[in-house]
Design a protein around this ligand. Sequence first.
Ligand SMILES: C[S@@+](CC[C@H](N)C(=O)[O-])C[C@H]1O[C@@H](n2cnc3c(N)ncnc32)[C@H](O)[C@@H]1O
Length: 226
Amino acid sequence: MKYVRDIPFKEFVDSNHKAVDEDLAELRRSNENESVPLIFTETEEILGLLIGLTHPSRILEIGTAHGYSSLYFAKKLPDAHITTIERNPVMIESARAEFASRKEGERIDLRTGDAIEILDELVKNLADADQSEKYDFVFIDAAKSHYREFLEAAEKICTKDALIVCDNILLNGWILQAEGSAAKRHRTSIKYMKKFIEYIRSRDDLEVSILTGADGLAVIRFINEN
Ligand SMILES: C[S@@+](CC[C@H](N)C(=O)[O-])C[C@H]1O[C@@H](n2cnc3c(N)ncnc32)[C@H](O)[C@@H]1O
C-alpha cells in the first residue's frame, strides 16, 4: 500500500469534528492557541467510540496536561470517576483551575507527581481490591519512553475486561521513518516506543490493535480464559 500521509487527513477530521459542548470546544481552542498538549480530534473520536461501547465507570489517565481529555471523559460519561496523573507543576495548576470551575471536575481526582510513583501507590492500595474498585479503562498519554512501566503497573489495578489505550504510538511517523533534527531529538522516545510495540505484540495474554489514525493508538485488551 502506498504511504499517503501527505493527504490532509487531520484538516478533514478537524473540520468535521463535533465538540461535546461549547465549553469543551473553547477549552480545545485555548489549549491549541497556547500550545498546550492535548488529544487530537481524531483521537477524541476514537476514544468516544470506545467509551461509548464499553461504558467504563472508573478511568485511569496517565498524563493530564490542562485536563482536556479528563474533562472529555467526565462529560461523555456522567457517572464515571476519573483518576488522572500529572507531574508538571504548571500543568497541575492549570488543570486544577479547569476542574475547579466545572461541575464535572468533582468526579476527577488529580494525582500529582511522577506517574511511576503514583502508580506504585495505587497498586499498593488496589492490587488486592475487588473488581468493582479497579479501573475499567486506562488512557496512557505521558512520557513516551515509559509506556511499558505504565502498562505493567496499570494492568495490576485494572479489571479483567478493561481496555487500555496508548496514545502517540507512531510518534509523528518517526517509529517508521526517523529523519531530520526533530527525530534526532526524540531518539530515546522512538527507541522505547518501538520496544514497547514489540513488547505488547510479544505478549500472548494481550489482544493488541494498532490504529494509525491521528498519532497512532494501541488499543489493548486482556485475553481472558473462561
Ligand atoms: C500529551 S500531554 C497529556 C494531554 C492530555 N491527556 C489531554 O489530552 O488533555 C502529556 C502530559 O503528561 C505529563 N507527563 C509526562 N511524563 C509524566 C510522568 N512520568 N508522570 C506524570 N506526568 C507526566 C506531561 O507533563 C504532560 O502534561
